[in-house]
Design a protein around this ligand. Structure first.
Ligand code: PAF
Length: 280
């Protein structure tokens, strides 16, 4: 595995790959790698000639300084996992290397960012678009792999690709869950053992509501989920939104054949966890 710490080093590796007419699959990460990342790595490796990843805790996508500082970092462990997963090239830059002295670009995404994470974390998606657009351009990737837990992020990245006219296919990948149903996340390691026992209830609540979906109106699914979260005193529900699966606009009454996804953000033990459930 080639470790690149500068953009020019990365670009010369990529030039070589492209001269050989090989396809590139990219999995951008912020490190603290877990089984969910590994499932993305496996797909990128299987579906492309060359698999590139990046490990970079992107400061401009954090709207909360403490969250940035507390973000788990262990480069040695991450590189060992990537090597094990068959990564060909990993990009591990510093913030200076990525942004230099330039102010980050401001991206806007209209209605797509006026809901959920976009409301709770102002500037977050512009920060994500800054790093992801750079990575797409520098790696010339044919395919980019992203986990569906960050459902809104995928919609935003697709829109950024459209805005910038980047030639890449965005591949959404199913959520990887621990055996007890908790969606894998780099933030899970910050949960106390007691909170870790409670966390799978997020998925259980969503799944219970899903099982009743055909007998409930959208507003009843909404109240059911909110009530179930209230019953667990350790949870502080930030939002639960039932949204159109493409426009991400809230659904009040489901139209025929409309795809609907429920997205949740909840605080537990000082850690913010997100998850999703597809209803239709
Ligand atoms: O989903 C993430 O881990 C990050 O938002 C990403 C896509 C690696 C950009 O920093």
């Amino acid at each position: 595995m080639k470790i690149c710490r500068t953009v020019s080093d990365l670009q010369s590796e990529v030039t070589q790959v492209k001269l050989e007419n090989k396809t590139i699959g990219l999995v951008p990460t912020m490190g603290a790698l877990h089984e969910g990342h590994k499932s993305l790595f496996n797909r990128a490796r299987q579906e492309n000639d060359v698999f590139i990843s990046s490990v970079f805790v992107n400061p401009v996508q954090f709207n909360n300084k403490e969250d940035f500082e507390k973000y788990p970092r262990d480069e040695k462990r991450d590189l060992a996992i990537l090597e094990e997963c068959g990564c060909d090239i990993v990009f591990v830059p510093t913030a200076e290397e990525v942004y230099g002295n330039e102010a980050p670009e401001t991206f806007t995404f209209g209605a797509l960012e006026q809901v959920m994470e976009g409301v709770q974390r102002p500037g977050h998606f512009s920060g994500v678009a800054n790093i992801v657009s750079r990575l797409f351009l520098w790696t010339k990737a044919d395919r980019g792999y992203f986990g569906e837990k960050d459902y809104q992020q995928i919609a935003i990245i697709k829109d950024m690709v459209r805005q910038k006219n980047i030639d890449i296919e965005i591949i959404p990948c199913p959520i990887f869950r621990d055996e007890d149903g908790l969606a894998t996340s780099s933030r899970n390691v910050r949960l106390s053992p007691e909170a870790r026992q409670i966390a799978p209830k997020i998925h259980q609540i969503l799944l219970n509501s899903y099982r009743q979906k055909d007998n409930l109106a959208i507003s009843q699914i909404q109240s059911f989920v909110e009530d179930e979260f209230k019953k667990v005193k350790e949870f502080e529900l930030e939002y639960f939104c039932l949204v159109d699966d493409t426009t991400l606009q809230p659904v009040k009454v489901r139209e025929a054949k409309q795809g609907v996804v429920g997205c949740v953000a909840v605080w537990l033990d000082g850690v913010r966890l997100i998850d999703i459930q597809r209803y239709w």
